[in-house]
Ligand binder design. Structure first.
Ligand code: BES
Ligand code: MN
Ligand code: ZN
Length: 497
């Protein structure tokens, strides 16, 4: 998908379809009135006749037309925006999604959009551009590598021109470049998440990192295999991978966009390419969805790719800690005690609490970067879905400023998070009779005690944990990876740059 910004009015670009917004019971705004002129008043007439009243969720499609001389050919799409007084960021996002859904089901390969029509109160043009690009790219996403050709209807839409006023052009162009790069990152995260677990495994993720490094000058990839992890003393990652034929990997992607020596932001992604639970085996229903247990890692790949594409002027390190959690004669047992890279010992009481184990060693390992901040991203706990459902990620950490920055980035992009407390009292739940800590903290506050576990490996730097168990994928008919929280993380990094 190609996005560009133009200062022409909506009637000018030679495209297959033009889209404008209509507020409830209002006259056409900038976009629609330009179209109206090119179509000899057809739109005003239809509105007057009550064919459309601009109610939220309504839409009207007009086939090609317009007077000769005006380049009004092609069809027109009017999207209802709802009452002007209710048109806030949420309503604008919904309108953008409705617009996107309508565009991708049309046969047109090119479209133009009147951006200002979709601008809610309190938001600038850059926000609207970001929102439109994200919505269209999201609606146009298909995952087809494993489907026969006849079984899929491809999206025809390919080129989108965003029409803005001259005064907004510069800001819109900048936002368009950013948003397109973020969309690439989101798609990368979706692709990796959706890839089946027989094709996506620790070494295949390592290959993805190597390939990305080949393509981007400022990116360097390093892969630690099981022997390296052994030498290093990463006992927790190794313990999780022990039951699998596919050995674990620790993957580092160093993106150097900033000055040499500038402390990097480090992202650490949980990359369990399949989580059976191990010997503490999960129930069978919907177990296929545990292929998404590497969506934290997928988001790290997505962010690194977006950074490369944008040439973001900061240093960012993406670390993926990857293993397959399988039951086997060699698998870790409940009751086993392992020594983590930090030297702390862990009694593994439940082999299904494996995410925190692979993260523990990675979080120790990244101390070497003397990071400005470390953010880990993980589909860590079912309890997170109980607490927040599928609306927001849980955010916890040891630094209020970092947590608040991530919350703000989530709010801005609609890729939201909600903070949970990390009060020291919760640490009690991780007591073990035999080791420095247990890997589970009992039923109460499962998302918090998982973060408490991680906090014992992050004391030496500024850290936040993002539990994406509820937001990284959708179940049911629309089953698939969402690419979250790439938008939140990218907004955070753009705000740092
Ligand atoms: N990957 C799961 C968490 C998860 C569950 C994510 C369902 C998305 C949907 C994680 O490894 C896990 O199994 N966590 C356990 C922890 C428990 C054993 C303390 C859980 O949440 O049940
Ligand atoms: Mn698990
Ligand atoms: Zn897991």
């Amino acid at each position: 998908m190609q996005f560009s910004v133009t200062t022409s009015t909506l009637d000018k670009p030679r495209v297959g379809i033009r889209a404008a917004g209509i507020a409830h019971k209002r006259k056409p705004a900038a976009g629609a009135s330009a179209l109206d002129a090119a179509r000899d008043g057809e739109i005003a007439a239809l509105l007057k006749a009550g064919e459309m009243d601009g109610e939220a969720g309504s839409r009207l499609l007009l086939p090609g037309g317009g007077s000769p001389g005006n380049q009004g050919k092609g069809s027109a799409l009017l999207i209802g925006l709802g009452a002007k007084k209710d048109f806030d960021a949420r309503a604008a996002r919904k309108a953008a999604q409705a617009l996107a859904a309508a565009l991708v089901e049309r046969p047109a390969t090119s479209a133009a959009i009147a951006v200002a029509d979709f601008q809610p109160r309190g938001k600038d043009i850059a926000w609207v551009v970001h929102t439109l690009v994200a919505a269209i790219s999201d609606a146009a996403y298909r995952f087809t590598p494993f489907k026969g050709k006849e079984k899929t209807t491809p999206v025809k839409l390919d080129k989108i021109q965003l029409c803005v006023e001259r005064k907004d052009a510069e800001a819109a162009k900048k936002a368009c470049t950013e948003a397109a790069a973020i969309a690439t990152g989101v798609n990368r995260a979706k692709d990796l998440g959706n890839t089946p677990p027989n094709v996506c495994y620790p070494e295949s993720l390592a290959d993805t990192a190597r390939e990305m490094a080949k393509q981007h000058k400022k990116l360097k990839a390093t892969v630690l295999d099981e022997k390296d992890l052994e030498k290093l003393g990463a006992g927790a990652i190794l313990a999780v991978g022990k039951g699998s034929e596919r050995p674990p990997r620790l993957i580092a992607m160093e993106y150097s966009g900033g000055k040499k020596g500038d402390a990097p932001v480090v992202l650490v992604g949980k990359g369990i390419t399949f989580d059976t639970g191990g010997i503490s085996l999960k129930p069978g229903a919907e177990m296929d969805e545990m292929k998404y247990d590497m969506c934290g890692a997928a988001s790290v790949f997505g962010v690194i790719e977006a950074c490369c594409e944008l040439g973001l002027p900061i240093n960012v390190v993406g670390v993926v800690t990857s293993a397959e959690n399988m039951p086997d004669g060699r698998a870790t047992r409940p009751g086993d005690i392992v020594t983590t890279l930090s030297g702390q010992t862990v009694e593994i009481l439940n082999t299904d609490a494996e995410g925190r184990l692979v993260l523990a060693d990675a979080l120790t390992w990244v101390e070497r970067y003397k990071p400005k901040a470390v953010i880990d991203i993980a589909t860590l706990t079912g309890a997170c879905i109980v607490a927040l459902g599928h609306q927001g990620a849980a955010i916890l950490g040891n630094n209020e400023r970092l947590a608040k920055s991530l919350l703000a980035a989530g709010e801005e992009t609609g890729d939201r998070g909600w903070q949970l407390p990390l009060w020291p009292e919760y640490q009690e739940q991780l007591k073990s009779n035999f080791a420095d800590m247990a890997n589970i903290g009992g039923r109460p506050a499962g998302t918090i005690t998982a973060a408490c576990f991680l906090s014992r490996y992050t004391e030496d730097y500024t850290w936040a944990h993002v539990d994406i168990a509820g937001v990284a994928w959708k179940s049911g008919k629309e089953k698939g990876a969402t690419g979250r929280p790439v938008p939140m993380l990218m907004r955070y990094l753009l705000d740092q740059a």
